[in-house]
Design a protein around this ligand. Structure first.
Ligand code: MCN
Length: 810
C-alpha cells in the first residue's frame, strides 16, 4: 500500500522532505563509534559477580583466590562501597500519592549489601588488565549464600505469607496509586445496560538491543570547579544528564564534576534510558583505582541485568448503555516492579499508564487503581511504549469483548465511542486534555486502507485452503513529548521535562547544533538538520547535530517517551528564531534599513519589497569579523533556547491486522498489517515510516513471541539467552502498510509535530490479539494470553474442542 500524499516542502531538504538518513553512510562502512570501541591506554576491565539466587542472604564473600589471578588489580564488594560512603541508587520519579507521600523506596545498592533480591544482582566487581582475566577471577569469587524463599509474580507476592523482600515495603507493596472519580464511576455502573469484564496479563518482555550496555570511566579533570578529581563516564545511555545527576548523587560530588558521554548507541528502546548499577560501579572504581575502567555486557549478562518491562495483571470492567456507548470504566492493575524501584519504573505503570485510560474514547467516568509490587525479579522500567501499550491493550480488549457480547461489529462499537474532532480540545475525566486529533477520520482511513469491508471474502479464501483467518482492530493514543515540567513536579518527579538546544553558526554559514536529546537509531542527525535547513535555508551538508555529551550541550533531559521532536525539535526551532532575529539586526545595519523592514526567506535577509539583500552566509561572516556591527550587538552568532512544552503531544492512530492461524499446529502468521497514524507535521516521511515499522515489529514480537519467563518456585530467569527468548525475525512480519495524516498538527508546539517513535509498539499487541481471537472465535476460543505462541494457541484450540492436555508448562 502506498503512503498518503506527503506535504510538499518549499525546501528540498526541509521539513517534510523525504531525504535519506545522513548518518547511515557512516554506519554502513563500519565507522560508528560505540562505547565498546573506545580504548583508553591503561584501561582496566571490569567483570561482575552476579547472584545465581533470586533471594538470598550473603553470609560471606571470599576474595582471596580471585585476587590471586594474574592481572587482577582489585576485587571490590558492597562493603568497600559502604566504606567509601556511597549512597543508594535512587529513583528519579518517586511519585506523589493521594496522601501526599511518596512511594516506599527501599535502598538499592550498586553492589549488594547483605541480601540479593533477584538473579543477576551484582555482588562483587573484579578489575583486571585483561577482560578474560577479570572474567576468570570473577568465577573464583566464592560467595556463601543462604537462600531465602522467592516470589516472581505480583499476585503471589501480595498473598498472605509471601516471601517479604524489604522491611521498608510491608506486604511487598511499593505504592498504591489511584486516579479518577470513583463516585461517578459507581453511578455509571449503577445505570449500565451492560457491563463487560476482563482479566488480562500484559506479560514481561526484554529490550534486547543489538548493542549490549557498556560503560567506561576515565579519571581525568573535567569542568573548572574545585573538584579537580572529576572524570568522564562513557555510557551507552539515552539520558546522559540523568546519569550524571544520579551517579554524582551517589558519589556525593558536585553534578558538574563529571562529564557523561553517550556516543553512538546501537538501539536503546527505552531500557537504556535508565540509570544502572554498572555506571556507579565503574565511576566509583575509576576514581578509586585512578585508571580507566571498562565494563561491556555479554548478551547473557544483558538478560540478567537490563530492566525488563510491562508485567501487569489487570482486571477491568466497562459499563455501557443500551446503545453501546461507553459510560464508565473501572481498572485495577497490579504492576510487577521487580526487586527494586528503577529510575522511572514506578511512574510508568502509575502516572503514565493511568493517564491514558480514556484512550481515544468518550468514556465520561473512569477510575483506575494501580498497586506497585516488589518481587524477586529484575526491576521493570520503560520499554518502547512504556505504559501506553498496556493502556491500549486494556481498552481495545474491552472494546472487542463488549462488541461480541452485544452483537455489534467491532468497528461499529469503536465508531460510536470515538471522540469527535469537534470536541477538541478534549478534557478527559482522568486528567489529560487532548489538543488535537480526528480519531474517527484516522480510524476510517485505516478501515479503507485495510479493505476491512471485503475481509469476509479473504476469510473464505483462507478457509478454502484449510486455514483460519481473523481481522483485528486497535485504536491507540500516545502521550508523546512528556510534559510540562510543572506537571512532572506535581506528580513527584525529581526532574523537569524541558529540553535545550544551542545553534552555533560557523563563520562560513555552516551550523552546529547541540541538543540535550539523544540519538540511538531514530535519525536525529537528519531530521534535526532538516528543521534547521527549513528555518535557516542552510543545506543539510553544512549542518552537524551534536547530542550525547553533557560537556557540550547546554543541558538535557534525554530521549524517551518520543519526546525528541516535540520538545528537542521545538527548542531547536526557537533557537533558530533567535538566530534569525539577530541576523535581521545585522542585516538592517549593513543594508542601512530599519530592522522592521528586513524579512528572512529561503536563506536570505532582504529589505522588504526590494531586491537588496544578504545571504545567510554573508551575515554569518559579518557576525564573525565584527568589522561593522551595530554598537548594541555582541560579535558572533550563537543562540540557545530552552523549551518546556505546555502539554503532551497526543499522537494517535488506528491499526488493522490480519492473521492466518493453522488450527492443527497453532501457528499464527500476520499476513496483512495496516497502520494509520497522526503524528502531526511529519519532518521526514522516510524516517517516520521506519519508526512506525520498527515499532510494529516490536509490538508484534510481544504479541506473538517474546516473554521473560521466571521459574515459579525459585524465580530463576529461564529466558536468559536468545535460545529461550524469541525475537521477531523478518519472516515473522508482513509487508506493512503505513500511512499518516498531517491534518491535525499539534497545536502547542512550533513544529506542529507529535512523536512517532513508539506508535507501532502501542497499537500492535492489541491489534494482533484481536485478530487471532477473531480467527479462533468460530472454534469457541474467546480468551488468550500473550505471547500467542503456537503451543498456547494450539492448547486453546484443544481446550475449546474439549480435549484435555496434561503438562505443567503453558
Ligand atoms: N519524526 C518526524 N516527524 C514527526 C515525528 C518524528 O520526522 N512528526 C522523526 C524525528 O525527528 C526522529 C524520529 O522521527 O528522527 C523519532 O522521533 P520521536 O518520535 O520524537 O522519538 P525520539 O526521537 O524521542 O525517539 C524515542 C522513541 C522511543 S521512546 C523509543 S523507546 C525508541 C524510538 O523512538 N527507540 C528506538 N525509536 C527507536 N528507533 C531505533 N532505531 N532505535 C531505538 O532504540
Amino acid at each position: 500500500m502506498d503512503t498518503l500524499p506527503r506535504t510538499p516542502t518549499t525546501n528540498a531538504e526541509g521539513i517534510g522532505a523525504a531525504v535519506p538518513r545522513k548518518e547511515d553512510a557512516r554506519f554502513l562502512v563500519g565507522r560508528g563509534r560505540f562505547v565498546a570501541d573506545i580504548v583508553f591506554p591503561g584501561e582496566l576491565h571490569c567483570a561482575l559477580v552476579r547472584s545465581p539466587y533470586a533471594h538470598a542472604r550473603i553470609k560471606r564473600i571470599a576474595l582471596k583466590e580471585a585476587r590471586g589471578v594474574r592481572g587482577v588489580v582489585a576485587v571490590l564488594t558492597g562493603a568497600d562501597m559502604a566504606k567509601d560512603g556511597l549512597g543508594p541508587m535512587r529513583t528519579l520519579w518517586p511519585l506523589r500519592l493521594a496522601d501526599g507521600k511518596s512511594l516506599n523506596e527501599p535502598p538499592r545498592w550498586a553492589l549488594a549489601r547483605g541480601t540479593v533480591r533477584h538473579v543477576g544482582e551484582a555482588v562483587a566487581a573484579v578489575f583486571a588488565e585483561k577482560r578474560n582475566a577479570a572474567a576468570d577471577a570473577a568465577e573464583l569469587v566464592d560467595v556463601d549464600y543462604e537462600p531465602l524463599p522467592a516470589v516472581s509474580e505480583s499476585r503471589a507476592a501480595l498473598a498472605a505469607g509471601a516471601p517479604a523482600l524489604h522491611p521498608e515495603a510491608p506486604g511487598n507493596v511499593c505504592f498504591r496509586y489511584s486516579r479518577g472519580d470513583p463516585a461517578s464511576v459507581h453511578t455509571a455502573f449503577a445505570r449500565a445496560a451492560h457491563v463487560t469484564r476482563i482479566a488480562l496479563v500484559n506479560h514481561r518482555i526484554a529490550g534486547a538491543a543489538i548493542e549490549p550496555r557498556a560503560v567506561i570511566g576515565v579519571p581525568e579533570p573535567c569542568g573548572s570547579g574545585p573538584e579537580l578529581d572529576g572524570f568522564t563516564l562513557y555510557s551507552a545511555t539515552q539520558v546522559p544528564h540523568h546519569v550524571r545527576k544520579l551517579v554524582t548523587e551517589q558519589l556525593g560530588i558536585p553534578e558538574g564534576a563529571i562529564r557523561v558521554v553517550s556516543p553512538d548507541v546501537g538501539g536503546g528502546f527505552g531500557y537504556k534510558g535508565k540509570h544502572y548499577p554498572e555506571e556507579t560501579i565503574v565511576a566509583w572504581a575509576a576514581r578509586r583505582l585512578g585508571r580507566p575502567v571498562k565494563w561491556v555486557a555479554s548478551r547473557n549478562e544483558s538478560f540478567l541485568s537490563d530492566t525488563q518491562a510491562r508485567d501487569h495483571f489487570t482486571e477491568a470492567e466497562l459499563a455501557l448503555d443500551s446503545a453501546g456507548n461507553f459510560i464508565g470504566l473501572r481498572v485495577e492493575t497490579l504492576a510487577n516492579l521487580g526487586a527494586y524501584v528503577s529510575t522511572v519504573g514506578a511512574a510508568i505503570p502509575s502516572a503514565i499508564y493511568s493517564a491514558l485510560l480514556a484512550g481515544v474514547y468518550r468514556t465520561p467516568a473512569i477510575h483506575v487503581a494501580v498497586t506497585g509490587v516488589f518481587t524477586n525479579t529484575l526491576p521493570t522500567d520503560a520499554y518502547r511504549g512504556a505504559g501506553r501499550p498496556e493502556a491500549c491493550y486494556v481498552l481495545e480488549r474491552l472494546a472487542d469483548r463488549a462488541a461480541r457480547e452485544l452483537g455489534l461489529d467491532r468497528a461499529e462499537i469503536r465508531r460510536r465511542n470515538l471522540i469527535p474532532a469537534a470536541a477538541m480540545p478534549y478534557k478527559t475525566p482522568i486528567g489529560p486534555t487532548y489538543d488535537s486529533g480526528d480519531f474517527p477520520e484516522i480510524f476510517g482511513q485505516a478501515l479503507i486502507a485495510s479493505e476491512y469491508v471485503s475481509f469476509a471474502h479473504r476469510k473464505r479464501k483462507s478457509e478454502a485452503r484449510g486455514t483460519l483467518r481473523g481481522i483485528g482492530l486497535a485504536c491507540y493514543l500516545e502521550s508523546s513529548g512528556v510534559a510540562p515540567s510543572r506537571l512532572a513536579g506535581m506528580m513527584g518527579a525529581r526532574t523537569g521535562f524541558f529540553e535545550s538546544a544551542e545553534i552555533r553558526v560557523e563563520p562560513d554559514g555552516g551550523l552546529r547544533a547541540y541538543l540535550g536529546t539523544h540519538n540511538h537509531g531514530q535519525g536525529h542527525a537528519t531530521t534535526f538538520a532538516q528543521i534547521l535547513s527549513d528555518r535557516l535555508g542552510v543545506p543539510l551538508a553544512k549542518i552537524e547535530i551534536v547530542e550525547g555529551d553533557t560537556a557540550a550541550v547546554p543541558y538535557g533531559t534525554g530521549t524517551f517517551g518520543s519526546r525528541s521532536i516535540a520538545v528537542g525539535g521545538s527548542a531547536l526551532d526557537r533557537a533558530a528564531m533567535k538566530v534569525i532575529a539577530k541576523g535581521k539586526k545585522i542585516a538592517a545595519h549593513l543594508l542601512e534599513a530599519g530592522e522592521g523592514d528586513i524579512e528572512f526567506r529561503a536563506g536570505r535577509f532582504r529589505v522588504a519589497g526590494t531586491d537588496r539583500g544578504l545571504a545567510f552566509a554573508e551575515i554569518a561572516r559579518a557576525a564573525h569579523t565584527a568589522h561593522n556591527l551595530p554598537d548594541s550587538l555582541e560579535p558572533g552568532l550563537t543562540e540557545s533556547a530552552f523549551y518546556d512544552p505546555a502539554n503532551f503531544a497526543y499522537s494517535n492512530g488506528a491499526h488493522v491486522c490480519e492473521v492466518e492461524v493453522e488450527a492443527e499446529t497453532g501457528v499464527v502468521r500476520v499476513v496483512r498489517y495496516t497502520a494509520m497514524d497522526d503524528v502531526g507535521t511529519v519532518i521526514n516521511p522516510i524516517i517516520v515510516e521506519g519508526q512506525v515499522h520498527g515499532g510494529l515489529a516490536q509490538g508484534i514480537g510481544q504479541a506473538l513471541l517474546e516473554r521473560c519467563v521466571y521459574e515459579p518456585g525459585d524465580s530463576q530467569l529461564l529466558s536468559a539467552s536468545f535460545l529461550d527468548y524469541a525475537m521477531p525475525r523478518a519472516d515473522d512480519l508482513p509487508n506493512f502498510g503505513s500511512g499518516f495524516d498531517q491534518r491535525q498538527p499539534c497545536t502547542h508546539n512550533p513544529l506542529g509535530a507529535k512523536g512517532c517513535g513508539e506508535s507501532g509498539t502501542i497499537g500492535a499487541p492489541a491489534a494482533v490479539v484481536s485478530a487471532v481471537l477473531d480467527a479462533l472465535a468460530p472454534l469457541g476460543v474467546d480468551d488468550l494470553e500473550m505471547p500467542l505462541t503456537p503451543e498456547r494457541v494450539w492448547r486453546a484450540i484443544q481446550a475449546a474442542r474439549g480435549h484435555v492436555i496434561h503438562s505443567r508448562h503453558s
